[in-house]
Write a new protein. Sequence first.
Lengths: 117, 113
Amino acid sequence: IAGITQAPTSQILAAGRRMTLRCTQDMRHNAMYWYRQDLGLGLRLIHYSNTAGTTGKGEVPDGYSVSRANTDDFPLTLASAVPSQTSVYFCASSRRAYRPGSTDTQYFGPGTRLTVL
Amino acid sequence: DQQVKQNSPSLSVQEGRISILNCDYTNSMFDYFLWYKKYPAEGPTFLISISSIKDKNEDGRFTVFLNKSAKHLSLHIVPSQPGDSAVYFCAASAMNTGNQFYFGTGTSLTVIP
């Protein structure tokens, strides 16, 4: 079944530890995104990638890094987790990066619930 | 600073009646708007979109209205069904936001059978 998978589904992590959230899509979409969802704040963009080999910063990039070595995978790494990074993380993809007049939509994965203690 | 706002955190509607979910935005450059639906423990799923060249887009029971002068869009669901109970997010993007979509905080809709 085509779509986006995320792993792990949930994780409890000690502060200061390194953690990589995995995201894989099989739709051959060029653009991929990482969001975090927090109560009262909606979905906020962390990082994005318009195409393999390129990445960009979103609204809340601090404390996170990403890589895009190929089309399908877009891992998100927390180098040294802090409690404020407790959140639900969603990976998403779209056929193309946004451009004026674009009518592409984003397809979301099921999310990773991360708790940093 | 929240550029997309959904001021109603929750809404309850009787089955068969109309549900109206509202969204306001501050960036006059936004030119593309989307609504997403989210069930618990799942990722958001795309529902309907509208570009700024239109003021209405309809897809089955779902209609999105855009009022550019008021910087306001709304999602109408008619008739509402219990399966529509979910959290609804509006999102917006513009040329000057690059690749970034700005999401509202969501409205939790409950359709009462």
